[in-house]
Design a protein around this ligand. Structure first.
Ligand code: PLP
Length: 366
């Protein structure tokens, strides 16, 4: 897969220019409210002294890093606050590749397209390991693909686009494979608060100098526009990552970090539970409708996405545009996620119009 502007933007642009009403199931922007404490934090910030409007520490506000470290059970020095999980993944992959152990990056197929894009951008080579139909990854297949050439193994759980949640044993084995070749397992856990299965296992559970965990508040606090994420590095990899972060960004956004800290400190677990419940209801609504159309589909164990395969309607960009024009539903082409899902379309369930979209699809394909 090439290093180019992600397809996502082209689909969004096409949908916004359509001359009919289109339900957006393209983006991963949650449509539910951020916690009230986050809004309060922002309001409060506007009245702080002018010093608060200047650079924060490059690695992130100390109190926010402490809060993250306490929640994740790691040392505060291992935490770098980033511009979303996007930058966290970039720092992690760059760190893995610049160690000079190997330039190959093992990725899953299907894959979140930014990983192959980043791999190429960083001068690495992509190597894909197919998942099974449910999106699960077989550690033996990863073991077979791994070699002295392996610089990184990048995975995402709960997964975009398959909805798979990897069991603890998989995470453990992936870390062991990374250790064997002195490569780095990068585990992107940005959907950890949307585990619908109760089986989510963070790679942090496996202590190792060969794994980096990335995450963000973009999805968990419904603030993809704030750009606050983080990576947890092993002690010997963290300093160079902090330098790269500083050279690229100087620092992250101070008001955004302040508001996130306030939200973390004051938000009740019920907030996250309610959002999970809402998502679970939408999964039911959408997959029930797909069942009625006779489509094949994935039932996600986590994250925001359902993949569907309609007979005679492959997941090409052209068909996505056609679906926008003829059915008024915008999804993502499966081909954007790799060779294994070219027959599929991906729909994001972060719109209040899930039931209406399901009706439109049922009518169009029914
Ligand atoms: C798997 C995955 N990782 C990272 C990101 C980007 O997260 P952020 O907005 O925090 O940069 C996304 C966004 O959709 C994602 O799906």
């Amino acid at each position: 897969m090439e290093y180019e502007t992600p397809l996502f933007f082209r689909v969004m642009q096409y949908a916004s220019q359509a001359d009919r009403d289109v339900i957006d199931m393209v983006s991963g922007n949650p449509d539910w409210e951020p916690p009230e404490a986050l809004r309060e934090g922002l309001r409060e910030y506007a009245d702080l002294e002018s010093a608060a409007f200047q650079y924060p520490p490059s690695a992130g506000l100390r109190e926010l890093r402490e809060e993250i470290a306490a929640r994740r059970g790691v040392d505060v020095d291992q935490v770098v606050v980033t511009n979303g999980a996007g930058e966290a993944n970039y720092l992690a992959m760059a760190r893995a590749l610049e160690r000079g152990r190997g330039d190959e990056v093992i990725l899953t197929d299907p894959v979140y397209p930014y990983y192959p894009g980043k791999t190429t951008m960083l001068g690495g080579t992509q190597r894909f390991v197919p998942t099974d139909d449910a999106g699960q990854i077989d550690p033996d297949a990863v073991r077979e693909a791994a070699s002295e050439q392996t610089g990184a193994i990048v995975v995402n759980t709960p997964n975009n686009p398959t909805g798979a949640v990897y069991p603890e044993e998989t995470m453990r084995e992936l870390v062991a494979i990374a250790e064997k070749y002195d490569a780095v397992l990068v585990s992107d856990e940005v959907y950890d608060h949307y585990d619908l299965s109760g089986k989510f296992a963070s790679a942090l559970a496996v202590d190792s100098d060969n794994r980096i965990v990335t995450n963000a508040f973009s999805k968990s606090l419904s603030i993809t526009g704030f750009r606050v994420g983080y990576a947890v590095f092993p002690p010997e990899l963290v300093e160079a990552a902090k330098s790269r972060h500083m050279l690229v960004n100087v620092a992250g956004s101070r008001p955004a970090q302040y508001a996130v800290l306030q939200a973390l400190q004051e938000t009740d677990p019920a907030y996250y539970e309610a959002n999970r419940e809402l998502l679970g209801e939408r999964v039911d609504t959408f997959t029930d409708a797909l069942e009625d159309t006779g489509a094949e589909y994935t039932r996600p164990d986590g994250a925001f996405y359902v993949m569907a395969r309609f007979e005679g309607y492959p997941g090409t960009l052209e068909n996505v545009f056609r679906l926008i024009d003829e059915a008024g539903v915008a999804g993502m082409p499966g081909e954007a996620f790799g060779d294994s899902r070219t027959e599929w379309l991906r729909f994001a369930l972060v719109t209040p119009r899930v039931a209406e979209a399901a009706d439109r699809l049922a009518e169009y394909f029914g």
